[in-house]
Each structure stands twice: as C-alpha cells, then as structure tokens.
Design a protein around this ligand. Structure first.
Ligand SMILES: NC(=O)C1=CN([C@@H]2O[C@H](COP(=O)(O)OP(=O)(O)OC[C@H]3O[C@@H](n4cnc5c(N)ncnc54)[C@H](OP(=O)(O)O)[C@@H]3O)[C@@H](O)[C@H]2O)C=CC1
Ligand SMILES: O=C(CO)COP(=O)(O)O
Length: 335
C-alpha cells in the first residue's frame, strides 16, 4: 500500500489535541509529529517540562520541542497531514492567514465535533468550500472516546471515516496502540453529523439531571435522541448505515452518561440554574453542543426534520426558556 502520511501537524492545544498527540506518539508507526497551539506560554511550558500545563497535564509529551509552536503556517508547510482539533467555533480564527494553497496536496483529518458558525457547515464541507480540500483527501476521527480516558490508557475505540477507505486505514494504523482500537468507515457525513448531534443530546441529558429527572427518564430521553439523530442524518445524507454502530450510538451514550463529558456537565449546570456565561466560565472547557444547537436550528429550517430534543435545548440556551418548563413540555413528546 502506498504510504501518504509521514508528517502530521496537530492543530489545537486542548484536551483532545493532547490526547491525539499521546495516541500518535505512543503508536509505533514511523512518523514525525508537529504541534500548534495558540497559547505561547503553553508552548514554552511543554517544551521545557514535557507536559501540557492546561489540559491532561499528567500526559508526557514526546513531541520534540523544536516541533511545537504557536506559528501555524510553517507547521502546515512542514507536514503532509493536518489534524484539525480546535473547537469549531474558533476554527476560522485558528486558520486565519492560511490559504487554500497552504493545504494543497495535504491530507486533512478532523477530530472536531462541531459546526462552523455562520457557514453552518460541518468541517468536511467547510474545508472543501473554503480551502478546496477534496473529500478524497479528508478524514474524520470520531467514536466514543473521552480525552481523560486516553490519558488513563483505558481501552477505547475510534472510528476513522473517509471516502478513501485505504487512506482511512493508513491513518488508523497511526493511532492503534495497546489501549486504542480503530474502526474504518466510509460515512464522513453521518459520522460528522452524528458527533455534532450527540453533543446536543448530552446537553439535554445534563439539563434533565440538573432539573431533577432520574435515570429512568434519561434512558427514555436517550432512546428518543438516537431516533432523532437517525432521522436527521438520514435526511442530510441518506445511505445505508447502522445507527447502532459505536460512531453513532456509542458516542451518544458515552457523552450523555459520562462524568467526563463537557456537554453533559454544561447541561447539568444549566439545569441547576446557571446562566450560559457562568456555566462556560465555571467549566473552562468547551461544550461544542452549545454552539452547534444554534447552527442546527438554522440548518433544520431547510430540512424540517422533527427534532423536539434539539429544539428544547435551543429554546433553553438561546431563547431563555425555563429548563424545568421546557423539559416538562419535551417529556410530553417523547415515547
Ligand atoms: N475532549 C474530548 O474528550 C473530545 C473532544 N472532541 C472535540 O475536540 C474539539 C476540541 O475540544 P477539546 O480538546 O475537548 O477542548 P477543551 O475544552 O479541552 O479545550 C478548549 C480548547 O479551545 C480553545 N479555545 C477556547 N476558547 C477559545 C477562543 N476564544 N478562541 C480560540 N480557541 C479557544 C482552547 O485554547 P486555549 O487553551 O488557548 O484557551 C483549547 O484549545 C471539540 O470539537 C470537541 O468536540 C472530540 C472527541 C473527544
Ligand atoms: O466526543 C466526546 C466523547 O466521545 C467528548 O464529549 P464532550 O465534549 O462532551 O466531553
């Protein structure tokens, strides 16, 4: 098999980027890794002490200091594969100054689970329209996997999706370790949209917990959520897919139930009465579902898929609807 990927630049300095750095450097396949993050102080700290001071700080960083920088352009130039790992809301800002020419001939991997605001596009569409990235050169990393469990080396499964299954297989071979298993898929759209939606359902799950519903209700909420997710992905990209696969149902379950989920934690705080701003400040991490539900609301104006859970979360986060009342109304629509 022809090898396409020898040098990978990871773009982003948060928890998941740090976990991806760990997986890529624990994996034995030959490759060189570069790492960009916007925070210059974190670059200095990592270069000196070999740990990210702000996220997953227990993880030992094995990327050479010379390959870590807050200057993106040279790092993109240096690599043949770019792994995007900045929250979708900040992706445009992170890529400011980067042109389609800079991405020419490179393989692009998205580990982002969000929608680019204003464009309301998932990452594959955004990279295609703004940077001329062909879908044949594009991959997605998804699946039920929290960065915190990667740091603990707990067994996890990732799905690598691409139209080019051979390419996805090559990239998957760069992530496999004792604690990471990979699955290859050709469903880029379903994988991306599924990951976006499950974040919103995890917020709903957190809100329900916050306002006082128990596990019994939550299980009904999540079984409705997977049906809502399936309705939407089947509308935007109708192919034969099994929604029970781990990239869809698995990711929904882990995010809706895990103590590590940012989205669930954020929702729980909203249910308990925090404002959006105070919940965001308290968390110090990004709940993608907050931004995504606004974009989804716009996107679904065209598709008109029945999405009562997304609409309830949208009303609470963007229309100041009461979580208690909105969840009571939602409960009437679930089955
Ligand atoms: N965490 C996880 O387990 C997983 C996350 N993902 C996805 O990975 C992506 C990155 O999330 P994750 O690593 O968890 O993020 P974290 O919540 O761990 O970190 C937040 C990241 O966002 C950056 N950021 C925050 N505010 C801004 C801003 N105003 N402008 C630019 N950058 C900003 C931070 O940079 P700084 O530190 O400089 O403030 C930091 O890199 C998301 O799409 C998420 O859904 C996917 C799978 C698992
Ligand atoms: O995507 C994730 C797990 O698969 C991470 O979800 P959270 O952003 O809610 O932590």
């Amino acid at each position: 098999m022809l090898k396409h990927i020898n040098k990978i630049t990871v773009v982003g300095g948060g928890s998941w980027a740090t976990a991806n750095i760990k997986m890529l450097t624990d994996n034995a396949a030959e490759k060189e890794i570069f790492w960009w993050m916007r925070n210059g102080q974190a670059v200095e700290h990592i270069s000196k002490f070999r740990h990210n001071p702000n996220y997953l700080s227990s993880v030992e960083i094995k990327v050479p200091a010379a390959n870590i920088s807050s200057d993106l352009k040279p790092l993109i130039e240096a690599a043949d594969c770019i792994l995007l790992n900045v929250p979708a809301a900040f992706l445009k800002e992170a890529l400011a100054g980067i042109t389609p020419e800079d991405f020419k001939g490179k393989k692009i991997v998205s580990a982002v689970k969000g929608i680019v605001p204003d464009e309301n596009q998932i990452i594959g569409e955004f990279m295609h329209h703004k940077y001329n990235v062909s879908f044949d050169d594009f991959m997605v990393i998804s699946g039920p996997c929290h960065a915190e469990e990667v740091a603990l080396e707990k067994l996890s499964y990732l799905t690598i999706a691409s139209q080019d299954v051979e390419l996805a297989t090559e990239f998957a071979g760069m992530l496999n370790t004792r604690y990471i298993k990979t699955i290859v898929s050709d469903d880029i759209y379903g994988t991306e949209w599924g990951a976006v939606l499950k974040n919103v359902y995890a917020i709903a799950s957190g809100i329900c917990h916050g306002v006082g519903y128990g596990d019994n209700f939550q299980s009904v909420l999540i079984s409705n959520a997977i049906r809502e997710l399936e309705r939407f992905v089947d509308e935007v990209h109708p192919i034969d897919r099994d929604i029970k696969e781990s990239a869809y149902l698995g990711d929904l379950l882990v995010t809706a139930y895990s103590q590590f989920s940012r989205n669930r934690t954020f929702g729980n705080m909203i249910g308990k009465g925090y404002t959006v701003t105070s919940a965001q400040l308290e968390m110090n991490m990004i709940a993608e579902g907050y931004y995504a539900v606004n974009c989804l609301h716009q996107v679904n104006l065209q598709h008109k898929v029945e999405m009562p859970i997304c609409e309830a979360v949208y009303a609470i986060l963007y229309k100041k609807a009461s979580p208690t009342i909105e969840m009571r109304k939602l409960a009437e629509k679930l089955s």
